[in-house]
Design a protein around this ligand. Structure first.
Ligand code: ACO
Length: 461
């Protein structure tokens, strides 16, 4: 495995011993290992340059970090597979598949005189020189070929280097300093930068036992680093890093903490597992996931359409509804043409609304409102008024005997008709003024024909 490892064969960071990968996961002479086997190592690894181990030696798989959640929900591996990965992981999952197909691979490369590694390092040096034009070329060469530095190279199937990260590992201090990070220009913004960083974290976590990365990010790359979990706040103890890394002008010092128990090459799986766990918790306390059959009652087109009891709507009672919770509208009685005040039963209400509509239609001020606005008269009317209504439409709705189930619904449509008019027309137009007059007439009619039990409700008219 002199060239830095085989293409990945497994998608997840798996327990190597369980998978019989203990031997395969052992780094080669150059310290490289297959990208997706770079997770939990079965044996402690001494850092390549003899440095001490960092904290967090315990290695566990991403799966083992998550306890299976209780309650119903997708629990089998196959069910979880079918879950959409979520926006964050989608792109990375696609790249993982390409890794499995051998289209791309990641190599952990040291300058250990291995000819193949030197070829990769030359490729990296070329990309860094091109993508980081402000960096002196000699400086790039020096660091990339420095034996204390490690690089992670992103390769295409033909072995061409298309991106990479070079970092120096300070093993005693358990942190690494990222010196260079770049993806070749025509391959940027495809997710390679994210996958490359996750692979690098995983190599650094498992092979170098690092817990932190520090870097001086180019100011125009701060956004990229933030999306990879870097922050401008440095939490690493000052004495652990001060004096070890170089200051750069025009860069922003950023830090990324690498949790010792997170497998960074299996992040999409981790996110998926967390989603399943969260979903199961939600299902345990809510039935929002239950899909009930829809209502067919109104779709059947019965004329006249009839109301159905609220409790008959599937899911309403299950969601905690009870008749006591139903909002009680203001209590009122109506005065019809003759006789004493009447309770607003559906029949009485219909009779009252029919009288009100007839009254409004006959008013002198009602002429602009009797029929729906025609496009010939106002070509842009329906572009501006998105919820049009007119007395002819209300008349048809009233005739259906099922539309205006309450006085409020009827009243709201009348008011909307007047609001539409005042929205479309300027205040100095005849239409605007007619809408105001009509509104006064309607209010007066309602005051004269409705008897509210409490005065506050009467004021709502
Ligand atoms: N500024 C802000 N956001 C960025 C930048 C940037 N310069 N580059 C990428 N992103 C965002 C992407 O839009 C994407 O966002 P999303 O996840 O919301 O969609 C996210 O970062 C990851 O994008 P990827 O496609 O995974 O990254 P990409 O393959 O483009 O690689 C990289 C990013 C390495 C910065 C690449 O653009 C590059 O080589 N740039 C030129 C060299 C450079 O500036 N390197 C960093 C210098 S600092 C240093 O080396 C220490």
């Amino acid at each position: 495995m002199a060239d830095g490892g085989e293409p990945p064969t497994k998608r997840q960071c798996m327990d190597a011993s369980q998978q019989g990968l203990a031997e395969a996961a052992r780094p080669g002479a150059d310290g490289a290992m297959p990208a997706t086997q770079a997770g939990p190592l079965p044996v402690k690894q001494e850092a390549a340059d003899g440095g001490g181990l960092g904290p967090g030696q315990e290695q566990r798989t991403a799966q083992s970090l998550i306890q299976e959640p209780p309650g119903p929900g997708p629990s089998s591996a196959r069910e979880r597979e079918r879950l959409p990965p979520g926006a964050y992981s989608q792109r990375e999952e696609a790249l993982i598949k390409r890794e499995l197909d051998g289209d791309i691979s990641f190599r952990y490369v040291l300058n250990n005189d291995d000819p193949q590694n030197l070829i990769y390092l030359v490729g990296l040096k070329n990309i860094f020189s091109k993508q980081l034009p402000n960096m002196p070329k000699e400086y790039i060469v020096r660091l990339v070929f420095d034996r204390r530095h490690r690089s992670v190279a992103l390769l295409k199937r033909n072995g061409a280097v298309i991106g990479g990260i070079t970092y120096r590992a300070f093993h005693q201090q358990a942190f690494g300093e990222i010196a260079f990070c770049a993806v070749t220009s025509h391959e940027q913004v495809k997710g390679y930068g994210t996958r490359l960083m996750n692979q690098t974290k995983e190599f650094a976590r498992t092979l170098d036992r690092l817990t932190h990365f520090l870097t001086y990010a180019d100011n125009n790359a701060v956004g990229y680093f933030e999306k990879q979990g870097f922050t401008k706040e440095v939490t690493l103890e000052w004495e652990r890093w001060q004096g070890y890394i170089k200051d750069y002008d025009g860069g922003t010092l950023m830090e990324c903490v690498m949790h010792p128990r997170i497998c960074f090459t299996a992040l999409p799986d981790l996110v998926r597992t967390q989603r399943v766990a969260l979903d199961a918790r939600i299902r345990a306390v809510s039935n929002a996931h239950v899909v009930r059959p829809g209502l067919t009652h109104f779709a059947e087109g019965r004329v006249p359409r009839t109301a159905i009891p609220i409790a008959a709507i599937p899911g309403v009672v299950e969601a905690g509804w009870s008749p006591q919770l139903a909002p009680q509208g203001p209590q009122f009685r109506v005065l019809l043409d003759r006789g004493p005040p009447r309770e607003p039963t559906p029949e009485v209400l219909h009779q009252f609304l029919a009288g009100l509509l007839e009254y409004v239609k006959e008013l002198e001020e009602a002429w602009p409102f009797r029929e729906s606005v025609s496009v010939q008269d106002a070509p842009d009317y329906y572009d501006i008024i998105k919820d049009p209504i007119a007395l002819d439409v209300m008349e048809a709705r009233l005739a259906s005997k099922s539309f205006y189930a309450t006085l409020d619904i009827f009243n709201a449509e009348l008011r909307r008709m007047l609001e539409n008019c005042r929205f479309y027309n300027a205040p100095d137009t005849i239409y605007y003024k007619l809408a105001n007059k009509l509104e006064q007439q309607i209010s007066a009619y309602l005051s004269a024909h409705l008897l509210y039990d409490d005065e506050q409700a009467a004021g709502l008219q």
